[in-house]
Design a protein. Structure first.
Lengths: 160, 181
């Protein structure tokens, strides 16, 4: 894995499928903070996995004005089945073709395993990465870091 | 990962308030792993007796477990009738015996009957979501504290990342106890 994109970098723009008939572009969200949550694969066997936790935390993210996007190398149909099974209420993006190209640009692709690392990015309203975190393999990073980063940004914003 | 806010008189706590060890669990009543962990907690409580205080905070993953939040509301309502821990244990016992998917209104009625709780009061509290704010505030405190699944335990404010087994929990509690001495 190369190096994770650091705070201060402009978040690389991308367009990925969010459903079989729908595409989504990162820069469409300019004007509000975006949380990018890269994760290895749909359907992990644990209760309260990372995406289920974020689904339950959506209200908190929304209060801070942020849009959450999940990304893995799984295809749109797999994402659709996963989202339906877990009742996920945020978009899952398919970094499927060319495989892992967005994860690679963000420095979080694990080429040996052919999956994305568990990595989080908080991007501000201007499209700049303000916080990034790569979790050790197998560890669900939780949501506290995201909320701290969003609140830190809001405080800075209100001071200036 | 540090527990925030710290344990206070608003929490459901079992054991001495001045115990040197405080074990906090964030749990979901419809999560099978939490149901399995409940007897582990009881065993650890018996082993550490007066040295351990146990606190339970709600962490219902509502989209995944539709009965988790009503179950939490049921337990909170039972608390007003002085039977929080009885209800807490009975829900997990029900889940172990009948499967977590069977939790729902019928299960709650049956548990209420078994515990001699006032069923009308329970019904009123659950349907009016009287305790929902408290449950949400538990949940948010968990998110802030770095809860990343259920169950998540904290020992004296620090997240415990081991397996929820009697062996691992006891070892971590002993370590925390000797760190205090």
């Amino acid at each position: 894995m190369s190096r994770i994109l650091a705070p201060g970098s402009l978040a690389p723009d991308f367009t990925l499928a969010s459903a079989p008939d729908r595409k989504l572009t990162l820069s469409e969200f300019r004007g509000k903070p975006v949380i990018l949550a890269f994760y290895p694969a749909d359907f992990s066997p644990v209760c309260g996995d990372q995406m289920a936790l974020y689904n339950a935390t959506l209200d908190e993210f929304r209060k801070l004005g942020a849009q959450l996007l999940g990304i893995s190398v799984d295809g749109v149909w797999c994402h659709a089945a996963f989202a339906a099974a877990r009742h996920l209420k945020f978009p899952l993006l398919a970094d499927f073709e060319p495989k892992g190209s967005v994860a690679t640009r963000y420095g979080v692709y694990d080429a040996e395993e052919g999956i994305s690392g568990r990595a989080l990015f908080v991007i501000d309203a201007q499209g700049v990465v303000r916080w990034s975190y790569l979790s050790p393999a197998g560890v669900n990073p939780g949501a506290d870091g995201i909320l701290d980063a969003l609140e830190g940004m809001n405080q800075l914003g209100s001071k200036s | 990962m540090t527990l925030r806010p710290a344990v206070s008189e608003h929490d459901h706590a079992a054991g001495r308030a001045d115990a040197p060890l405080t074990l906090v669990e964030y749990g979901d009543y419809q999560c099978p792993h939490c149901a399995a962990a409940d007897p582990v907690v009881r065993a650890v409580q018996s082993a550490f007796t007066d040295e351990l205080r146990f606190v339970f905070r709600n962490f219902p993953l509502t989209e995944m477990h539709p009965a988790a939040e009503p179950a939490a509301e049921f337990a909170e309502s039972a608390a007003l009738q002085g039977k929080f821990w009885e209800a807490h244990d009975a829900i997990f016992a029900w889940s172990r015996e009948n499967g977590p998917a069977s939790l729902g209104l019928e299960a709650f009625e049956s548990i209420a009957l078994g515990l001699d709780l006032d069923p009308r009061q329970i019904e009123r509290d659950v349907s009016s979501h009287r305790h929902l704010e408290r449950i949400k505030s538990d949940f948010n405190s968990g998110v802030r504290s770095g809860v990343n699944g259920t169950p998540t335990f904290f020992i004296n404010g620090q997240r415990f990342d081991g397996a929820p087994s009697v062996k691992d929990l006891s070892a971590a509690l002993k370590a925390a106890l000797s760190a205090r001495r």
